[in-house]
Design a binder for this molecule. Structure first.
Ligand code: PRP
Length: 212
């Protein structure tokens, strides 16, 4: 039978995901010693792990070339995709926030405001929800630079420990929502490989409950 493919987000969520899989009794030696390889088998199972950037995890699962994905809710919200969310893994917890230069107020004055963000859809939705006309500029990383350089009045970004904001003289103005790592599934896989997927997700949930 074809391997059950799981796409994992590289970077931030990788360490926690691997320790979750290991605590479930899965052999992650190949993953730990992956070198530059991107498709890794889990010995003794029919599971194959694919390592990808967060947005690509969603693309692979949406197109059905991966059955499951582990990805941050930030990426899911930003993509607006119609993936099936199976469970909350409880790690990768952070907040979406609007942050500004310390001591300033985003809403002060009548001048049109600008925010910089890696998440333009989330930022637009947030301000639309407040019926505010805010310009959104897409930045690829280290968004904190934008208000410091005078490009934007604030940023919409994820805040985990808060140290990036603190060390750059910024502070949270509004908390938009709380986020964490999720397991997502391709709709067709969920129908065709229901038993396999359910049993794996059940094991993940058992581990997550133990950690709570
Ligand atoms: C994220 C986020 C913040 C930082 C928040 O960036 O965009 O910059 O982490 O974490 P903290 O509250 O614990 O300081 P990331 O490290 O993913 O890098 P990037 O900005 O280059 O995308």
């Amino acid at each position: 039978m074809e391997a059950l493919r799981i796409a994992l987000t590289k970077g931030r969520l990788e360490k926690n995901t691997l320790s979750l899989l290991e605590d479930m009794g899965l052999d992650c030696t190949e993953l730990r010693e992956k070198g530059r390889r991107l498709i890794l088998p889990i010995p003794g199972t029919n599971i194959e792990v694919v390592l990808a950037k967060a947005a690509d995890v969603i693309t692979y699962v949406e197109h059905g070339v991966c059955d499951l994905g582990i990805v941050g809710e930030d990426t899911i919200l930003e993509s607006g995709s119609s993936l099936y969310e199976l469970t909350d893994l409880g790690f990768g917890r952070c907040r979406f926030a609007l942050a500004v230069k310390k001591g300033t107020s985003f809403y002060e004055g009548y001048r049109a405001k600008t925010v910089a963000t890696k998440y333009p859809n989330i930022a637009r939705n947030y301000f639309e929800g407040k019926s505010l006309d805010v310009s959104v500029i897409k930045i690829e990383g280290s968004v904190e630079l934008a208000p410091l350089l005078g490009l934007a009045d604030g940023i919409v970004d994820i805040v985990e420990t808060g140290s990036t904001l603190r060390e750059n003289g910024l502070e949270v103005s509004d908390v938009i929502c709380e986020i964490s790592a999720r397991v997502v599934a391709n709709m067709a896989s969920l129908k065709l490989r229901k038993a396999e997927i359910e049993s794996l997700v059940e094991k993940m949930e058992q581990e997550v409950r133990k950690r709570a």
